[in-house]
Structure formats: C-alpha cells, structure tokens
Design a protein around this ligand. Structure first.
Ligand SMILES: Nc1ncnc2c1ncn2[C@@H]1O[C@H](COP(=O)(O)OP(=O)(O)OP(=O)(O)O)[C@@H](O)[C@H]1O
Length: 694
C-alpha cells in the first residue's frame, strides 16, 4: 500500500494530456456537433475519433474565440466583397475557394454542404446548405438585373448562412461554456478526489504507523515469547533427557524385575513341588498323629500310675538330696585333703611350641616323660676345654610338665582343683614365671586374638567359679565375687582398671588387716556377676597397659600383673561363711641382667624385676626353712608384701607356679635358670593349709 506522492503529483500535472481521469461529459446533454468532429479529425488526423473531452474543449474554445469569429468576420467581409469583386471571372472559383486558415467549421460545413447537400444538424435544427449550383438559387442569366438578383439572392443566402453561423457560434459558445463548467466540476472533483486521496493516504499512513507500531510490539512480544519458548524448549529438553534417563533406568529395573520374576517363578515351581511333598508328608504325619493320639491315651493311663509311684519316690528324693549335700561336704573335705597331700606349693612346667618366627633347626632337645608326665630332660651339646664335644643332660621333676602340644584346656584341668579351693575359702596364688616370650601371658590370659580354645587361665577360672557358684546354690551357698587388676611396674602399683592417664598421680598403698584381709587403696573393684564381665575387665587392663607403653609386649614383660578375685560365700542352710582369694599373677620376664644387656632406665627396670623375683625366692625360702613365727621378708618387695596373706603365712594358702620355658636352643640358658628357680620352689613344704571359716 505504498503511495508514491510525487508520482501522484506528476500524474496530476500530466493528466490533461495523458491518462488523467476527467469527469465524463454527458453526451446526451451535450449537443452533437458533427462539424466539430470533422474539425477535430482534420486538425489532428492521428487522434482517434473518440478524442478526449479536453481536446474537444480546447478546440471548442478556440473555435469560439478565434476561428468562429474570424471565419464569421471573414465570411461577412470577404464573401460579399470578394464574391462580388470576382464575380465576373471567378465566381465559381471564389465561392468554392476557401482560405487555407479558415476554420474547420466553415470548411467542414461548406464541404458538407458542397459534397453531400445533406441537411446539417446544428443545435438540433436541420439546415440545408446548398452549393452554388444548388437548384434553389437562380442561375446567373447574364443580364445586370439578373446579376443583381443573383447577387441579391447570393447575399441573402450568405446572410442566412451568416445567421446560421452565428447561431452555430452561439451554440458552440454555450457548448464551450457547458464544457468549461463541466471541466470546472471535473477539476473540482479531481481536487476533491486528490484531497480524499491525500486524507486517505495520511489516514493510511497513520494506520500504517499504528499497524507498524502494533506489529513492532507484537513482534517484540513474539520475540519475547519466542525466547520464553526457547527457554521452555531447553527446559523441556532437559526434562525430556531426565525422563529418558529415568525411563532407561526404569527399563533396566524392569528387566531386572523380569529376570527376578523368572527366578522367582522357578523357585515357586520348585517350592510348589516341595510343598506337594511336604503336604504328602503332613498327611502321613497326621495319620501317625492319630495313631499316636490313641497310644497317648494308653500312655496317660501309665503316667497316672507312674505319678503315684513318683509321689512315693519324691519323698525318698528329699532324703537323697540331704545325703548328696552331706556327700558334697565330704567331697570338699576330701578334695582339700588331697590338695594338702599334694603340697601347698606346686609347680607345673609348660614348654611352649615353636612359633613361626622361630626356626626349626634351633630347637633344643627337650624330652618329657614319667607316668604323670612329671619328668623332663634337657640335652645340651658342650665342648670341653680341650675341644672335645659331649652331650650334657639336665633332669628336672615337677608336679606336671606340659608339652608344646598340650592345650589351655589341658592346663586348666590341672589347676581347676585349686580354683575350687578358692571357693571353699582358701587363698590361692597361681604364678606364671619365666623369661620374656616363654608364654606366661598366653597361659594366664590367652593370645591377643583370643578364641574359645585359646582362652587363658584367668577367664577359665572365673567361668568355673561362676558355674560352681550357680551349682552350689542348691546346697544353700550364695557367693559374691569382686575383681581387681593391678600392675607393679618399677615397684609402683598401677590400677589396670582405672584411668591410665593418671598413672603416677594416684598412690596405691597395701594394707593388711588383722583378720587376714589385704586391701590396696584407690583401686577399682568390679563385681563379677557374670563371666562376660571378666572379658570386659581383661580388655580394659590390656588397653591401659597399651596406653602406659609404646609396646604392649615390652610393657607386659617389664611389669608384674596381679588379678585378684575375692570370693565371699554364705550358706543359708548351715549359716557357714567363707572368704577365699584367687590371685593370678603374670610375672615380669625373668632374664638375667647379664643376658639382657640393659642400660639406663632399662637397667633399673631389670634390677627392680630381678629384685622382686629374688625377693619372691627369698620369701619362699624363708617359709621353707624358718621355724614357725620366724621372720619372713615380705616387705622387701611390693609383690611379696601384696601376696603376704596368700603365700602360706597363715596356713590357708595354696600356691601354684607355672614355669614357662621356650623350646629354642638360643633360650637354653634362660630356660635352665627358670627351671632351677622352680625346682627350689617345688621343694618347699609350707605346712598344712587350712581354709578360712568364720
Ligand atoms: N602354648 C602356646 N601355644 C601357642 N603359642 C604360644 C604358646 N605360648 C606362647 N605362645 C606365643 O608365644 C609368644 C610369646 O608368648 P607370651 O607373650 O605369652 O610370652 P610372655 O612370657 O608373656 O612374654 P612377656 O614376658 O614379654 O610378656 C606369643 O606370640 C604367644 O602367642
């Protein structure tokens, strides 16, 4: 809808001559002027006969202003005079001859008249224009009068013609005026149209601008919408991807479910088959049950007769229980008599097996023999001063020698009688003596990673005491068990169940009361009402020992550990009370100062260990050799002072010592020393032990 304004203007300017639309003339109103047509065709022969109004108007105007008047004038001036003047010799010629510039109207009118002699329509009235040779005009006859008449006639004709022409002129002029007014109207219409066009154009422009603005806004909205749609499309893409992933996973899960379903179907089929089997079995069982039901009825009859029998026997059972109780008292008496006969100090030797870290080739020759496995022989290759090699044999005898293949259970079976004695009110000490790495801790507690078969003497002893205490309940005995665990390191006592970070800050003093009770101050006491508590206690002690040293084994070999279990029994039937103590002692490594090669702190440690161990030997020696009431050097070491009431001073003590030895040749010398020390202990006889009965 682009409107080219300049081109419009140009068109307006050129319109009169070319394509400008003019108001149409109403040809029915306008007079028909064939003359003008002829004139027009003559003046512009190339123009179409249906020439434009403007052409017509212009021609008409000219006719009215110039041609018609000129023609009329000339006609009036010339026709008469010239015709008259030339009449004599040129009448025909002058009348027929027309000036070259004479108007088209006159010419055409003349021509029409002369050629056709037909009536010419002018302003709607028909006029007959005659030629000179027209039969209406009298011919010149040749006389003057005739001539005059003729001329008169001619003049009259001319006057008529003139009148016609004037009429014609008037008509033409009115035509011209009409045409002009039409033209004015047309021009006015053109102007109106132009202003209409202009207003339409400006309106269109405004509308266009509005539309453009609207479209721009719409376009901007569309861009925004497009951006939003793009963002949405991206979101959708991401969402679609997620959905795709989810569906892939769902598909995988579905596949897995399908496979599981297949497996389950197979299992179900199997199960249904076995269900059928079970169902058949159930039916068989039901039948059996039925027959058993009838058998049961029979048995019930038997039961009622047996029940009567039972009642009579129940009465005799009470008598039997009483007898059993008496027998239990007797058993305990006999047991302790046997223990006493065996001696109050007994020694067991235990040879540990070779370890992965030991080499087979370095095993010492150790032989264990005797009816009760009580003898052992150690062979040693020696060279004399003259270089002659020979075998030297060392023989030892103990209460029992355990070979490397014997288990913890085997060892415990032998000491369980002593543990029983603690329940019966005796003070029992079980020592583990030997060089570092000979198996003392293994024997007393078990290895670091303990199993049911490797569990040591301490937990086994507690388990036994717990079991026996439970069993003795039926005879009226009720026991309370309290446990303590301490360490003697460099002659200082540490509470292994206490706070290891406070070692050295808290002082622990040993007190012996007149009633024979020994106490250590500031010690943690644990009530052992179940065997599981012993495990907890041992774990805690082990952790404290680890906190106290960078190397657990190193610490354990440099200190004595003493586990004390106090057993207090009360018999509600007999009102009897017992107070026994079980001490389980893992001694520090017994290696000699010369072989240890210790210096500095380690030297002082070794000296302290050796001192306390030799004190133990001295105490035992004094107990053997001193007369009753003689001095026993218990105070010389913390260990002997602590165990004063358990080492036979008051006669209710039982002592067992495990001497642990290594099977390796490299430890041969230390093993001999340990065995010699144990032999001395074994030869002691500390009188007859008496249980503590209050
Ligand atoms: N009878 C045994 N059966 C199997 N292994 C044993 C036996 N006796 C000791 N051992 C092992 O030998 C090694 C040393 O034993 P243990 O630590 O008990 O010696 P120790 O005499 O207590 O040493 P320390 O004085 O340094 O504490 C340990 O690895 C232990 O498991």
């Amino acid at each position: 809808m682009n409107i080219d304004k300049p081109s419009l203007k140009r068109r307006n300017e050129t319109a009169p001559h070319t394509t400008r639309q003019r108001p149409k003339l109403n040809m029915n109103q306008a007079p028909r002027i064939p003359v003008r047509s002829t004139l027009a065709s003559r003046s512009n022969r190339t123009s179409p006969t249906t020439s434009t109004v403007s052409n017509q108007s212009v021609s008409t105007k000219r006719l009215s202003n110039q041609s018609v008047l000129t023609t009329t004038k000339r006609l009036s001036n010339q026709s008469a005079s010239t015709t008259t003047k030339r009449f004599s010799n040129q009448t025909t010629v002058s009348t027929t001859k027309r000036p070259s510039n004479q108007t088209a109207i006159s010419s055409s009118t003349s021509k029409l008249s002369s050629q056709n002699n037909k009536p010419v329509t002018v302003n709607g009235s028909k006029k007959l224009v005659t030629k000179n040779s027209s039969p209406g005009i009298p011919k010149f006859t040749g006389d003057i009068k005739g001539k005059m008449n003729y001329l008169q006639t001619q003049l009259e004709d001319s006057g008529e013609q003139l009148t016609d022409f004037e009429k014609l002129k008037d008509d033409l002029e009115s035509n011209v005026q009409n045409s002009e007014s039409l033209l004015q109207e047309a021009l006015q219409k053109v102007q109106d149209l132009e202003s209409t066009i202009e207003s339409t154009r400006s309106r269109h422009q405004e509308e266009l601008a509005k539309h453009q603005e609207k479209y721009m806004l719409k376009n901007r909205d569309l861009i925004l919408e497009n951006d939003q749609n793009n963002a949405k499309a991206k979101d959708w893409e991401i969402e679609l991807k997620q959905i795709e992933d989810e569906s892939r996973q769902t598909f995988l899960a579905l596949e897995e479910k399908k496979r599981e379903n297949i497996r389950l179907k197979a299992t179900l089929e199997k199960s249904s088959a076995s269900f059928d089997e079970v169902d058949a079995e159930l039916r068989v069982l039901k039948m059996k049950l039925k027959s058993a039901g009838s058998a049961l009825e029979e048995h019930e009859g038997h039961v009622s007769s047996l029940s009567n029998e039972w009642n009579t026997k129940d009465n005799s059972l009470e008598g039997l229980e009483k007898a059993l109780f008496e027998q239990e008292i007797l058993r305990r008496k006999l047991h302790n008599t046997i223990q006493e006969l065996k001696g109050n100090i007994r020694v067991f030797c235990r040879v540990r097996p070779s370890l992965e870290s030991d080499s087979e080739s370095n095993l010492a020759q150790i032989k264990i023999f005797g009816e009760d496995q009580e003898h052992m022989e150690l062979r040693e290759q020696v060279s004399s001063t003259i270089g002659k090699s020979s075998t030297k044999t060392h023989n030892f005898t103990f209460d029992r020698v355990f070979s490397p293949s014997e288990t913890q259970k085997d060892c415990f079976e032998e000491i369980s009688q002593l543990v029983q004695s603690a329940l019966d009110g005796y003070n029992v000490c079980i020592f583990a003596y030997g060089q570092t790495g000979s198996g003392k801790t293994y024997t007393m507690q078990g290895p670091n990673t303990v199993t049911e078969s490797t569990v040591g003497m301490i937990p086994r002893a507690v388990q036994q005491i717990y079991d026996v205490a439970q069993r003795l309940k039926q005879f009226g005995w009720h026991y309370t068990m309290e446990g303590q665990f301490l360490e003697i390191y460099n002659e200082t006592i540490h509470d292994l169940l206490g706070d290891a970070t406070k070692y050295g800050q808290i002082k622990h003093e040993i007190h012996h009361e007149k009633n024979g009770k020994t106490t250590v101050s500031n010690m943690t006491t644990v009530e052992l009402d179940s065997p599981s508590k012993v495990k907890m206690m041992l774990r805690k002690a082990s952790q404290n020992r680890a906190t106290g040293a960078t190397n657990l084994n190193e610490r354990s070999s440099r200190s004595h550990s003493v586990f004390t279990l106090k057993l207090i029994g009360y018999n509600t039937t007999t009102d009897e009370r017992t107070a026994g103590i079980l001490n389980l002692i893992d001694l520090a490594g017994s290696e000699r100062l010369s072989t240890s090669g210790s210096v500095g702190d380690r030297l002082r440690e070794t000296q302290a260990i050796n001192k306390s161990l030799s004190c133990l030997g001295d105490v035992i020696h004094a107990l053997v050799n001193n007369k009753e009431g003689g001095h026993i050097p218990y105070r010389n070491s913390k260990l002997t002072y602590l165990l004063r009431n358990s080492l036979g001073a008051r006669g209710n003590c039982k002592t067992l010592m495990f001497v642990n030895v290594s099977p390796m040749i490299e430890h041969f010398g230390e093993s001999l020393c340990s065995l010699r020390f144990a032999t001395k202990v074994n030869s002691c006889h500390i009188g007859t032990a008496k249980k503590a009965i209050k």
